[in-house]
Every structure is written in C-alpha cells, then in structure tokens.
Design a protein around this ligand. Structure first.
Ligand code: CMP
Length: 226
C-alpha cells in the first residue's frame, strides 16, 4: 500500500515520521469491493481491521425480522478493531458496503505490532472508541423517546455533527433509504416517509437525489427538544 499521504492525514498516524509511516503502510493491504458486499457477519471470528479510503460502510445487527444500524462509516473512519483488541475475538456486529468502497486492511498480528511501542496510536484508538460509546449511549436514550419524529430529528442532527456547516445548510453527505433511517431510529419505513415529508413541507430539510440537506439547523434542534 503506497498511499502515504492518506495515512499521514489519518488521525491515528498524524504524529508519525515519514519512515515510520512507510513501515506501517507496508502492513496494510488494499481491498476494493462493490456496493452491497458483506465484509463480515456478527459473531464470526475476526482477524482484520479496516481503514476506509473511500466509500461507505454500514455496521448493523440483525435477527430474523429486524435490523438495527449502529453506525455508518465513511472515508477516514476505521472499524473491526474490537475483535482484534478485546479478549472476545468474535465480531460484535456485521458490516456491509453501501457504495463501492476501498479499504486498507490490516491483520491481527500486524495491528498488534503497529500498536506495540506506539502508545499514542493506542490512545487515539481508545479515544475514538470512547466517542463511539458516547454516541451509542445517546442512541440508546434517543430510542426510549416516544415520538418517532423526535427520534428521526435527533438522528439527522447526529449525522450532521461532523459535517460542514459554513454555508448555513448542512448536507449529510450520504444517500440513505427510508428503510435505513427506520433501522436507525427503531421505527418503520412508512413513519420515516411521513415525517420526512412533514419536515420538507415545514422547510426544515430538503432532499436532493436521496440526500438529506438540513436547511434550518436551529429549528430542527428545537423540534428535537435540544
Ligand atoms: P468488530 O466487533 O471487530 O466488528 C464490528 C465492528 O463494528 C466493531 O469491531 C466496531 O469497529 C464497529 N462497531 C460495533 N458496534 C459499534 C457501535 N455501537 N458504534 C460504532 N461502531 C461499532
């Protein structure tokens, strides 16, 4: 893997010297997969973690008739670290691509090599995992809110958190189906369709090519009780 410039800007590696980066880059294998590829399933044993170079990956859990989406990751995110770092080697959730995706994959033994002697990387990963735990806590408390509209509004706000807000409008930067939004908010597709159409009529959001753009962030916050 030769993409040193990408690794340099990846938060875990910002502090490294070029020769260290080059040594690490050699540990990663590039994989490009089509949209809709299942990368792994929950409960199967895992021996790789991934950095996303480009594309979109959905992390989800499912049972016979229900699916819950835990996270959606984009370029610059990582996933699959839990089965490598914890004592539990099984995947805590499944992963599939929502677009053509290029990943940098690193095997367990190489990942551990990368971490040993690099406490800074270790702490950065720990910090990112703690941020995810905070987000999961928020998601759990949001799921207890009775009104689907409030849950959907809060999800849109969470998805907008790291997006550029300089133009006044915030694009979520990904195309999501109503079913996916339902699977992230513990509701059904029909309810999402109804709520999004209400929000569009009220001028809170607009939808262009299936991409949601928040037009009135402050009003959306109010509607979500924040
Ligand atoms: P792993 O358990 O190896 O495989 C599934 C991956 O999904 C997991 O590592 C994490 O990288 C990621 N993951 C699991 N649960 C969550 C969550 N609640 N929020 C964000 N990412 C998660």
């Amino acid at each position: 893997m030769q993409d040193i410039e990408f690794l340099r800007h990846f938060p875990f590696f910002e502090h490294l010297e070029r020769h260290e980066l080059e040594a690490f880059a050699a540990l990663f294998v590039t994989k490009t997969v089509d949209k809709g590829t299942y990368l792994f399933w929950e409960n199967e044993e895992g021996d790789e973690m991934y950095l996303i170079r480009s594309g979109v990956v959905e992390i989800f859990r499912s049972d016979e008739d229900r699916e819950i989406i835990l996270a959606i990751f984009n370029a610059g995110d990582f996933f699959g670290e839990m089965a490598l770092l914890g004592e539990e080697r099984n995947r805590s959730a499944s992963a599939r691509t929502l677009a053509k995706t290029t990943l940098y994959a690193v095997k367990r033994e190489h990942f551990q090599e990368l971490l040993s002697g690099n406490m800074t990387i270790y702490f950065k990963i720990l910090n990112a995992v703690m941020e995810r735990l905070r987000a999961a806590n928020e998601m759990i408390s949001d799921l207890t809110i009775t009104h689907a509209r409030t849950r959907i509004a809060r999800l849109l706000l969470r998805l907008s958190e790291k997006r550029d807000k300089s133009s006044g409008e915030v694009s979520l930067g990904m195309k999501l189906t109503h079913q996916q939004l339902a699977n992230m908010t513990g509701t059904v597709r029909e309810t999402v369709t109804k709520v999004l159409s209400e929000m569009q009529n009220e001028g809170l959001i607009r939808i262009v090519n299936r991409e949601i753009i928040i037009c009135e962030l402050n009003r959306l916050k109010k509607t979500s009780g924040l």
